[in-house]
Design a protein around this ligand. Structure first.
Ligand code: CA
Length: 227
């Protein structure tokens, strides 16, 4: 399944332009025209990347960025009409990964989106297939199946699952898992591990009495070895 991009932009022309180009390059695209709708879509759909306008009705882009970052490590690219360096720096300080100044060329947009996704997805080095019960993970293909059915995971969920599956039965601390996600942790992101694990459980666990990922209270998480 191709990556899902959420565009939060109130100018219909720009949203349409971005959507058309990203779709042409094979991405799936969702759009939202104001801050509250965008935040709700981000929580509901777990996009692989968010393109976020700075000046938005409802809740502005800075606040949307801050709230997304409070519980998610999704790559965020800020769209700014303002060529002011201070706005770009504010975006990065709030945890955005990159910014694009409007008007932008479609080629630049696609290149930046690809680069941001590659930074998140690209460092799954070891490509050996991992198995745990009927869960099969193929790091090279960036895919996972459960009992033969594909499981759709975001890049960060996939990274965490690979990290846990490489050390079955071993507890990984939140810090170790954050390291897998970011290399270096930014302030405010440490709850992101919990939210990714919650999503992984929702996607992978059929029977609540037989958890796949166990919480080790006060420490972190571990993948349960199947009997
Ligand atoms: Ca705007």
């Amino acid at each position: 399944m191709s990556d899902l991009i959420l565009i939060i932009e109130d100018e219909p022309k720009i949203a349409k332009l971005a959507r058309d180009y990203l779709e042409r390059y094979g991405y799936r695209v969702l759009t939202a025209a104001d801050g509250p709708t965008g935040l709700a879509a981000a929580r509901r759909e777990s996009p692989d990347l968010v393109l976020l306008d700075l000046l938005l009705p409802g809740i502005d882009g800075r606040e949307v960025c801050r709230r997304l970052r409070a519980d998610s490590a999704v790559p965020i690219i800020m769209l700014t009409a303002l060529a002011e360096e201070s706005d770009q720096i504010v975006g990065l300080e709030l945890g955005a990964d990159d910014y694009i100044t409007k008007p932008f060329s479609p080629g630049v947009l696609v290149a930046r989106v690809r680069a941001a996704l590659r930074r998140v997805q690209g460092d799954v080095h070891d490509t050996a297939t991992l198995r745990s019960g009927d869960l099969v993970i193929d790091p090279a293909a960036h895919s996972a199946t459960l009992a033969g059915r594909p499981v759709h995971l975001t890049p960060n969920e996939f990274k965490l699952l690979v990290a846990l599956a490489r050390r079955p039965g071993q507890t990984l601390t939140r810090e170790q898992l954050l390291d897998e996600l970011h290399g270096a942790a930014l302030g405010g992101v440490d709850r992101s591990v919990d939210s990714h694990v919650k999503n992984l459980r929702r996607k992978l666990e059929r029977d609540p009495d037989r958890p796949l990922i166990e919480t080790v209270y006060g420490v972190g998480y571990r993948l349960v070895e199947p009997e």
